[in-house]
Design a protein around this ligand. Structure first.
Ligand code: PFF
Length: 488
C-alpha cells in the first residue's frame, strides 16, 4: 500500500502532541480531580499511577505497535492480525463514533460558555447570570445548542481535512502548548484565592473529602480500583482505536515505549494541574458563599457548567477574562480529542478506498463522517441532557434505570464507555496473550527480539494484570450505569 496516501506524522514531537491532545480532554478536567478527591486523595493518585504504569502503558504500547505494524485503521489492523478477531476492530471504530455523538455536544457547550464570557468582556453591562441559570437556559434552547454543536464539528472538520501532518499535527503542535500556558494562568489564580487550601486538602489528603463533608462515604477498595482503571482508560484514549490509528502514521524508528511513557506522564500532569485549576477555586468560592460542602458540585458537567461559572462570576471585572481563557482551554482540549475520534472513523473509509485501488479522497470521506456525526450529535444536543424530554429508548417501559436511560447522552455512553471500551480491552489482551502471542507485539517494539526487562514485564501485564483490572472496570461500569449497587 502506498502509505503517503494515508498520511504520516512529520515529527515525533507532533505525534506526541497529537496523542497527548487526544488524551487530554474533558476526562482530565471534570473526571480526574473529583474522582481523586472522592476516592482517597493521594492514595488514589498512587493507585492511578500504578494502573497507568502497568495496564495503561502496556495497552498503549500494544495499540501503537498494532497500528504501526499493520499500517492500517483498527478494522484493517485486527483483520490482518487475526481474521476471527476482526470484530474487535469494529468495536474500536463503533465506540469512537458513539462517543462523538456527545463529546461534540459537550465541546459545543464549552464554546457557548466561552462566548458568554467573551461577550461580557466586550459589552460589559449587568452581572452575568448564575452558573445554574446559564446552564438551564442553554439546555432548554435546542436551536442554539444545535448551532454551537455544528460550529464545533465544522472546526474539527477543517482541521482533519488538512491531513495527518497538515491538519491534526499542526493544530496540536500549537494548541497543546497554548492549552498548557492557559492552564498555568488559571492554576495561579485558583491557588491564590482565600481558602484555596481546602481544595488542596480535598484533592490530596486521604479521607478528607469524607471528614469535611464533601462526600458522604468513602468508596471501598474494589470501587477505587474500578474507578481508577476506568479513568486511566478513558483519559488515555485507550480501547477506542485511537492509538492504533495514530500509531499507523508513526515512523518505524521511533521508540514506542518511550513515547507511551511520555504521553501517559503528560496526561497525568495535565490532570493534576486541571485539579489545581478547578478544585481550589470551586471549593474556596463555594465555602466563602456559605454553601455546604456536600452541596458544592465538584465533578461532571455540573462542575464545568455551573460551579466554575459561579467562580468566575464572583471574581468581579476580571472574572469573565479568566472565564473566557478557561473555557477556551477546555474547547481546545475537547477539539484535540474529537479530532482523534474522527480520525479513527475516517481512516477506516480512507483505507478501504486505497485497498480498492481508488483515490483516498480524504476531504470527501471526512465530510461524510462529519455529516453522520452531526446527525447523531443533533439528537444529543436537542435532548439537552434530558431537559427537553426527547424520547429515550426503554424509559417508558422500564422507567429510569440508573443513568443508563435517563437521557440520550447516558444511553449512548453506556454502550461506548460501559461495554465496548472495557470489553474491547479484555478481548484485546486475550488475543495478544494467547492467540497472536506477546512476541508479535514485542517484535514491533524492539526488532532485535532480545529478552529484556520490558518484554517480561509486558508479558506478565498482558496475561494477568490487564484482564483482571479490565474485568473490574467492566463490572464497575455496569454497576454504575445500571445503579446495581454491587460494589457498595
Ligand atoms: N481522553 C479524552 C478525555 O480524557 O477526555 C476523551 C477521549 C478521547 C476518550 C478520545 C476516548 C477517546 F477515544
Amino acid at each position: 500500500m502506498d502509505n503517503n496516501k494515508r498520511g504520516s506524522w512529520a515529527t515525533n514531537f507532533g505525534f506526541i502532541m497529537s496523542a497527548v491532545g487526544s488524551a487530554v480532554g474533558l476526562g482530565n478536567i471534570w473526571g480526574f480531580p473529583y474522582k481523586m478527591g472522592k476516592s482517597g486523595g493521594f492514595s488514589f493518585l498512587l493507585i492511578y499511577i500504578l494502573i497507568s504504569a502497568t495496564v495503561g502503558l502496556v495497552m498503549m504500547v500494544s495499540e501503537l505497535a498494532i497500528g504501526r505494524k499493520t499500517e492500517k485503521n483498527p478494522i484493517g489492523a485486527y483483520r490482518a492480525l487475526s481474521k476471527p478477531f476482526s470484530f474487535l476492530g469494529w468495536m474500536a471504530v463503533i465506540a469512537p463514533f458513539l462517543i462523538l455523538s456527545f463529546y461534540t455536544v459537550l465541546g459545543a457547550y464549552c464554546l457557548e460558555y466561552m462566548v458568554v464570557n467573551l461577550s461580557h468582556i466586550v459589552s460589559g453591562g449587568a452581572a452575568l447570570a448564575s452558573g445554574a441559570e446559564t446552564f438551564t437556559e442553554m439546555l432548554i434552547s435546542p436551536v442554539s445548542s444545535l448551532i454551537y454543536t455544528l460550529v464545533f464539528i465544522v472546526f474539527c472538520y477543517i482541521i482533519n481535512r488538512g491531513g495527518v501532518s497538515g491538519g491534526i499535527e499542526k493544530f496540536n503542535k500549537i494548541g497543546m502548548p497554548a492549552l498548557f500556558v492557559m492552564l498555568l494562568i488559571i492554576v495561579a489564580r485558583s491557588l491564590t484565592l482565600p481558602n484555596a487550601i481546602e481544595g488542596l486538602k480535598y484533592m490530596f489528603i486521604p479521607g478528607y473529602a469524607v471528614d469535611a463533608g464533601f462526600v458522604e462515604k468513602a468508596p471501598n477498595l474494589i470501587t477505587v480500583l474500578a474507578t481508577a482503571g476506568g479513568q486511566v482508560f478513558f483519559s488515555l484514549s485507550l480501547a477506542m482505536g485511537i492509538m492504533i490509528t495514530y500509531g499507523s502514521y508513526l515512523k518505524k524508528d521511533e521508540s514506542l515505549v518511550k513515547n507511551s511513557i511520555l504521553i501517559s506522564v503528560c496526561d497525568t500532569i495535565v490532570a493534576l494541574l486541571a485539579g489545581l485549576a478547578v478544585l481550589p477555586a470551586a471549593i474556596a468560592t463555594g465555602l466563602s458563599q456559605g454553601v455546604a460542602p456536600s452541596e458544592i458540585q465538584l465533578g461532571g458537567p455540573k462542575l464545568l457548567y455551573i460551579t466554575l461559572q459561579d467562580v468566575f462570576n464572583s471574581m468581579g471585572v476580571i472574572g469573565p477574562i479568566f472565564g473566557a481563557i478557561f473555557y477556551l482551554l477546555v474547547v481546545i482540549a475537547a477539539i484535540t480529542s474529537t479530532i482523534s475520534l474522527l480520525e479513527v472513523v475516517s481512516a477506516y473509509f480512507i483505507d478501504s478506498r486505497i485497498e480498492r485501488g481508488r483515490d483516498p479522497k480524504r476531504t470527501k470521506v471526512i465530510s461524510w463522517v462529519c455529516v453522520a456525526v452531526a446527525a447523531e450529535a443533533a439528537v444529543v444536543a436537542i435532548d439537552g441532557l434530558g431537559s427537553n424530554g426527547l424520547w429515550v429508548p426503554f424509559q417508558k417501559t422500564f422507567g429510569t434505570i440508573g443513568s443508563f436511560n435517563d437521557c440520550w447522552l447516558d444511553f449512548i455512553d453506556t454502550f461506548a464507555e460501559g461495554f465496548l471500551m472495557p470489553l474491547g480491552a479484555i478481548i484485546m489482551s486475550l488475543l495478544i496473550a494467547w492467540i497472536i502471542k506477546p512476541k508479535t507485539i514485542l517484535e514491533e517494539i524492539s526488532p532485535d527480539g532480545k529478552k529484556s526487562f520490558f518484554s517480561v514485564f509486558y508479558t506478565i501485564c498482558i496475561r494477568v494484570i490487564v484482564p483482571v483490572i479490565m474485568i473490574l472496570v467492566l463490572l464497575g461500569q455496569i454497576d454504575s450505569f445500571f445503579a446495581l449497587g454491587i460494589f457498595n
